[in-house]
Design a protein around this ligand. Sequence first.
Ligand code: GLP
Length: 256
Amino acid sequence: MNISVLVTGNALQVGETAANLIAAHLGLRPSPILGIATGSSPLTTYAHLAQLRRSGHLDVSRTSAFALDEYVGLAAGHRQSYRSVVDREVTTRLALDPTRVFVPDGNADNLDAACLDYEAAIRSSGGIDVQILGIGTNGHIGFNEPGTAFNSRTRVAELSASTRGDNACYFPSLSDVPTRCVTQGIGTILEARRIVLVASGEAKARAVEQALQSAPDTACPASALQGHSRVTFVLDTAAAHLLNPATLAPMQHSSR
Ligand code: GLP
């Protein structure tokens, strides 16, 4: 198993550890391409990346970013559209050049064509240098739900009932949560040169365990990451508590 696993004490330390790793990788490229995820998990990572930028340890002036996914059908400017979330949580906080930040279009007249265009844009940028990922409680990455083929590409997909339930907290009610999305495929995600997955809290422990310790299976989309050679999971102790150190090689613990 190729995946490196770093275990820290809490979500803040997850963010700090992941951000330091990401900044080091970005610093190796003249015009880095960052893959960004939404959700609560990467927020501490963005906060620490912002701190690194403010203190002069990270230059983002030539960084471009591609988001993983977007809901289909939310009105332009909707506070919970991933375009709005990315503007708020990533572009503004990291002071990225907004013209270099891309989010799939969930309102395109021709969604299939927009998906192909998004793939082409990633490819013509040179590809993702470092992809940040969260993980859903059902093991999804991006919005690739259980059952998604590991060679899937950017496409329109249905959200599972469990994911809609998990994300209902961001909407007035469950019925307001969109039923469809545009998401990079698992095959698209696996083309990133490096991947850093962040997870914290007990609710993610089962998904993390399946991703790392079960044989790769579409039942757990994140288990596809076992087929990539440069993946790091940065976890807090709660998210890592079901892992068996004896079955992980190499596994690095860095509890503080
Ligand atoms: C959403 C996003 C995923 C994210 C997941 C987990 O479904 N599409 O990219 O990883 O939620 O979210 P959170 O980090 O809030 O638990």
